[in-house]
Design a protein around this ligand. Structure first.
Ligand SMILES: [Zn+2]
Length: 56
């Protein structure tokens, strides 16, 4: 009976760099940045319209 290898526990590069994803609720544009952007770079919406995207 062969044992299946454990699931890989690799860390994604963007997580190592501390990058997080922020989605604009106005235009659905996703920004990758360490911190919440001041404005949406696509539509210019205020940061209050940006929310963090939960990965996974
Ligand atoms: Zn936007």
């Amino acid at each position: 009976m062969a044992q299946e290898p454990a699931a890989p526990q690799y860390v994604r590069p963007e997580e190592q760099r501390g990058l997080r994803r922020w989605k604009c609720k106005t235009c659905q544009f996703v920004v990758e940045a360490e911190l919440l952007p001041f404005r949406c770079p696509r539509c210019g919406a205020s940061r209050v319209k940006m929310e963090e995207v939960a990965s996974g």
